[in-house]
Design a protein around this ligand. Structure first.
Ligand code: LLP
Length: 420
């Protein structure tokens, strides 16, 4: 359920008409609904209430939507953060997330990033390898600290999602192969600068079936028993993110409630604190990309609806062949079949081909739905288009929460050496 609905024939975000945002801020623009973010945060929290020992840690995957205002909404809901770079760490801290609720994931944390995270006093490093563990131990020892760590396991499970966002197969770059995990955990537990607290896992994103997750969690549960039997302490397990969201109207995906019930069943005798790293399920349907039709161009098979948003603003269709529902802000009840394209000079800049959609004409406004996760954050300035603005709506008010960055500002950061 989201708060992007038609009221009196005009699409609103909460109580704000989309056209008001377009008039005041211009297009393209990302629009986020605070009420939707809060609702998703609450639904996910309720679904996992009481799993594991104590209350679980809910660490929002900042990569899904790193906007400071979005992070602040989630911090106010008691969420922490899953970060993958020092940039994301700084954002989580700036948004007021408690350091103890910050988890640091990723295969390529640099020495400088490890140091910055130790200085910030984050709650947990999810180690991807022996090499990373040794490096972190050295840095922590130098600083007179011990880093709280979990070992990320690669369970070799096919998450059944797009290849580019699958992370738990043996040949993916992530985690430690599950067969090596017990001996590596034991070894890292003896390293002076580390405090091994548990295990972590994340097998992929936009999962539309709970079965691979359950299979992966079962494997993790077996490893946990093996570790305990060999005398290791395992107090914390981070089960990652990955729960998918519907991108097409009418599509049914496993709900947070079903996910929570599965987690409860699988983990009931683990006796650990649990952590989760949800991204898309919190932010996906809480945001849209608002765009204006530049013109409708005649085509051989279908007309081309050329919008002012492009693949540099919303990369998912070009990158993963992803579907985003596309609807008019003021539908007139008529429909058309069209190719929805952006202005960028490559054919990949196509949002949809042969799409049945509301009839649109030059100057009309429309939205790409479900763009609140992996939308603005994946933008580039390709074709010297700058970065679009972001807006947060709360009831009948809204604020620009990220300024539009004009192509000129990017150009102005470039230098032509005087020897040219
Ligand atoms: N934890 C880790 C370690 C991750 O790598 C990710 C996502 C998450 C949590 C959050 O996953 P979520 O709950 O959002 O599925 N750009 C792609 C998605 C990439 C996901 C990368 N990792 C897309 O647009 O579909």
């Amino acid at each position: 359920m989201d708060h992007f609905q038609l009221k009196d024939g005009h699409l609103h975000c909460e109580d704000v008409p989309m056209s008001r945002i377009a008039d005041e801020v211009g297009t393209p623009v990302y629009v986020y609904s605070k009420a939707t973010l809060e609702r998703h945060a609450a639904v996910f929290r309720d679904a996992l209430a009481g799993v594991g020992r104590g209350e679980p840690l809910l660490a929002f995957a900042v990569k899904a939507n790193p906007n400071l205002a979005v992070l602040k909404v989630l911090a106010n809901q008691g969420y922490g953060a899953d970060v993958v770079s020092v940039g994301e760490l700084r954002r989580a801290l700036a948004a007021g997330m408690e350091p103890a609720k910050i988890v640091f994931s990723g295969v390529g944390k640099t020495a400088a990033e490890l140091r910055a995270a130790l200085e910030a006093g984050i709650g947990q490093f999810n180690l991807e390898s022996e090499e990373e563990g040794e490096e972190l131990s050295e840095i922590a020892s130098e600083m007179g600290m011990r880093a709280r760590c979990a070992l990320r396991i690669n369970p070799d499970v096919d998450a059944g999602t797009h290849d580019k966002i699958s992370t738990g197969k043996a040949d993916n770059k992530f985690g430690t192969p599950i067969g090596d995990a017990a001996s590596l955990y034991a070894r890292l537990a003896t390293v002076p600068g580390l405090e091994m607290r548990g295990l972590a896992m994340h097998i992929g994103s936009q999962l539309s079936d709970l079965a691979p997750l359950e299979a992966a969690f079962e494997k993790l549960g077996k490893l946990l028993k093996t570790l305990r039997e060999s005398g290791q302490s395992v107090r914390q397990v981070d089960l990652g993110g990955g729960l998918g969201v519907p991108y097409k109207s009418g599509e049914i995906l496993p709900s947070p409630g079903e996910y929570g019930a599965m987690v409860r069943r699988v983990t009931q005798d683990w006796d650990v604190s649990l952590a989760f790293e949800p991204g898309r399920v919190i932010a996906g349907n809480a945001g849209v990309l608002l765009t204006r039709v530049v013109r409708v161009k005649r085509g051989v098979v279908h007309p081309f609806v050329v919008v002012d948003a492009a693949m540099n603003d919303l990369a998912r269709p070009a990158m993963y062949g992803a579907w985003h529902d596309f609807v008019a802000v003021e539908p007139d009840g008529e429909e058309m079949t069209a190719n929805i394209v952006g202005p960028i000079c490559e054919t990949g800049d196509t949002f949809a081909t042969g799409r049945q959609c509301d009839r649109l004409e030059r100057g009309d406004l429309a939205i790409f739905r479900t763009a609140g996760a992996y939308g603005a954050t994946m933008a580039s300035s390709y074709n010297s288009r700058g970065f679009v603005a972001e807006v947060l709506v709360d009831g009948d008010r809204f604020a620009v929460v990220a300024d539009r960055i004009a192509a000129d500002s990017i150009m102005n950061a470039e230098r032509v050496p005087d020897w040219l």
